[in-house]
Structure formats: C-alpha cells, structure tokens
Design a protein around this ligand. Structure first.
Ligand SMILES: Cc1cc2nc3c(=O)[nH]c(=O)nc-3n(C[C@H](O)[C@H](O)[C@H](O)COP(=O)(O)OP(=O)(O)OC[C@H]3O[C@@H](n4cnc5c(N)ncnc54)[C@H](O)[C@@H]3O)c2cc1C
Length: 360
C-alpha cells in the first residue's frame, strides 16, 4: 500500500521537526509555512529539557551544534534590586538563534525529500471542510492535516495582556550563560547565542486599559534605571534588524486531547517562557506524534486513533511541568515575592533543583 501523505500547517520548530521525523519513516510530507526563512522570532533561544533527546534521536542535535549552538551550563537570577550568584544548571542547555535554527531545519526537511511551501499560508480553518471525509465540525481540518501553527491568539487573560520582545545585542558582558531578570512588569532573559551575539528577550504584562503595544521597546527591555538589567545593557549595541515583537500570548495551560485537530507545539499549549522549555515541548510533541502519524500513513490506524494516541502521550508527558510552570510564573511576577525568589535560588539547592527539574 502506498503511504498516505501528511500535510503540516506551520513550518516553525514543531512542524519542521515533525516533518523530518515523518520523512525518516518514509512518509510523504508537505509543510506549509506562511513566512520565509531565515527569520528572527521572539524567543529566548535557550533550549532546555528533554526535547534535546528528540533532537539527538532525529540526528538534529549535531546539526545545531555544527551551526554554532552555544552550550549553557550556568544561570543567575536578578530582581530590580537584588542579584544572585550563578548556579550550575542541573542539565546543560543549548542556545541557538531562531534565525539559524529554523532555516537549518527547513533545509534538512527538504534534503530528506519533504516539500516545503514557504511563503504560503494554509487557508483558514473551515475552507477545507468540504474535503473532510467524516464531515465533522466545519472548523476541523481534513484527515492527514496536522496543525503546527504556533500559539493561539488571545487578547486578554485575567485582565492582563502579554507581549514579548526580542533583540540581539553585542558588547554585553554576562555573569552566567543565562541571566534571568525579573521586574514588576515581567522578565527578561539574556543568553549568548551563535555568532557572539547576546539574545535579549522579555515577556511583559500590561493591565487592561494601559494602552496599545509599547512603542519604546528598548526601554522595556532595559528595565528600571539602576537595576542590574539596566546596568548590564548600558553599553549594548542593538542589532535593529533582529528586533521582533509578539502580542496576544495566552499562557493558560491546555490539553491536547481537548483539541479536535491533530496538533503539535504551541498549537497545543504554551508553557510560560521563563522555563525555557517551549522549544523543547515543540520538539517533544513532534517526536511523540511521529509514530502514530506514520502508522496512519501506512493504513495501520484510523486518523482519530492516531490523533488521540499522540494527544494522550503529550498530555501525560506535559501535565506536571505545565502545572509547576504556572506556579513558578505567578511567583516570578508577584513583586512582593521577587526578592524572596532571587534569595531562594541563591541559597537553596533544593529549591533551585526542584523548580528546574519539575518544569521540564
Ligand atoms: C517571549 C518568549 C520567550 C520565549 N523563550 C523561549 C526560550 O528561551 N526557550 C524555549 O524553549 N522557548 C521559548 N519560547 C517559546 C518558543 O518560542 C515556542 O514554544 C516555540 O517557538 C514553539 O514552536 P512552534 O513550532 O509550535 O511554533 P512557532 O515557532 O510559532 O511556529 C509556528 C509557525 O506556523 C506558521 N503559521 C501559522 N499559521 C499558518 C498558516 N495558516 N499557514 C502556514 N503557516 C502558518 C507561522 O508562520 C510560524 O512560522 C518563548 C516564547 C516567548 C513568547
């Protein structure tokens, strides 16, 4: 029997990794990507967690390392008024710019015989309803279509709006491979990436009624005058071309099994970025979907069985870390707890290890 083709909507990390995994199983794959490569993305570019095993299994980790991924072994936390000394990361992370990484995976997919339709947006859900053999709800995609379209838009969550900013800078000395700076407005992560640049990426919160997207992104990223973050970025040379922003971020945990479609990556749910585990979840969810989607392609499983198997695996794997990440994120954003948190990270090995291990 000829293998049935799979269409992946979204050529970000989850979609490309899934495409590569499926091609390695001989499944015909087409990835639709609305944007072009290479491109900058709002991302801390810090890969930490079990997704590194998925990368190794698919032979991709070596590719990233050859492309200049920087190894990260220490992290330090700061509030607006307090600094903690660097701590060892319980497991090593790797840092690579999305500018390099997404293009690398896109090229790898094509080398393996996958079709990549860059610059082509898959039509909005519902347009394909007539092709849906089971005539399910009109918003569903037809069988064989996987959603890897990234985070779902949300304009407001608990009367706050989240937005993310990222830029690459030079001339910034770091005290640890990852620096995490928390403030009442959000948090900013700094890490070294390929090519000697430092990625500066922040997640911020605006209360409802506080106005639209901030115009002065440098001020948001620099933080309060006098804070360790402000001092760190005092002599920074900003690479304006690398600047990007996103808004409409939802951090409410979701379960894959509640999705009517087959989803991977942020299309299932987003984990608070402070964990540095979102990319890992994109790789892991893609890795976990390969087997059952390949079984569908070979005619060994129905589409629903295949979709449900992948969703169950993701939900079991991600439930605990999503719960811990939600708790950690709350704590980091509560101004009264920020100094306590920095002190705890510095003084308690148990706290540091537990928070790290439970969120990945
Ligand atoms: C502020 C911030 C900081 C972060 N920092 C980190 C970090 O340090 N470490 C970490 O691990 N994670 C981090 N993340 C999370 C990480 O960026 C995401 O989890 C990861 O990018 C998810 O990958 P994805 O493939 O699911 O989605 P994406 O990378 O968003 O890719 C989705 C793709 O789908 C395409 N698309 C959407 N709709 C269509 C359509 N209709 N047709 C065709 N294409 C379409 C889009 O163009 C996009 O390329 C951060 C996120 C934010 C917001």
């Amino acid at each position: 029997m000829t293998a049935k083709p799979i269409t992946i909507v979204g050529g970000g990390l989850a979609g490309l990794t899934l495409g590569i995994g499926l091609r390695r199983q001989g499944v015909p794959v087409t990835v639709w990507e609305a944007g072009h490569y290479p491109r900058h993305r709002v991302c801390g570019e810090f890969i930490s967690g079990r997704g590194q095993e998925t990368l190794s299994r698919l032979g991709l980790r070596e590719l990233l390392e050859r492309a200049g991924a920087v190894s990260a072994e220490t992290a330090a936390f700061f509030s607006a008024t307090r600094s903690a000394p660097p701590r060892s990361l319980p497991t090593r992370a790797i840092c690579l710019s999305r500018f390099v990484m997404d293009e690398l995976l896109a090229n790898e997919l094509q080398k393996l015989g996958g079709e990549l339709r860059a610059g082509q947006r898959w039509p909005a859900a519902g347009v394909h309803a007539s092709a849906c053999p089971e005539r399910l709800k009109p918003e569903l995609q037809p069988e064989g279509v996987v959603r890897a379209t990234g985070r779902r838009l949300e304009t407001q969550e608990n009367s706050s709006r989240w937005f993310g900013l990222k830029v690459h800078v030079r001339n910034v000395p770091l005290t640890a491979d990852l620096e995490m700076h928390v403030s009442p407005r959000g948090y900013v992560g700094l890490c070294r990436v390929d090519g000697g640049a430092v990625n500066v990426c922040g997640l911020f919160r605006r209360r409802a009624g506080e106005g639209g997207t901030p115009q002065n992104w440098r001020e948001w990223l620099r933080g309060q005058t006098g804070s360790p973050l402000h001092q760190r970025l005092a002599g920074a040379e900003f690479d304006e071309n690398s600047f990007c922003a996103v808004a409409g971020i939802s951090l409410r945990p979701q379960r894959a099994a509640t999705r009517a479609e087959c989803c991977v990556g942020d299309a299932i749910t987003m984990i608070p970025p402070v964990t540095g585990n979102g990319m890992s979840m994109a790789f892991e969810s893609a890795g976990m979907a390969v087997e059952s989607l390949a079984a569908w392609s070979r005619g060994e499983m129905s589409w629903n069985q295949s979709r449900e198997t992948a969703a169950r695996r993701c939900d079991i794997t991600f439930a605990r870390r999503l719960a811990w990440a939600k708790w950690l994120q709350r704590m980091m954003l509560a101004p009264a707890l920020q100094n306590v948190l920095v002190r705890f990270v510095a003084s308690s090995e148990w706290f540091w290890r537990t928070a790290f291990e439970r969120t990945r």
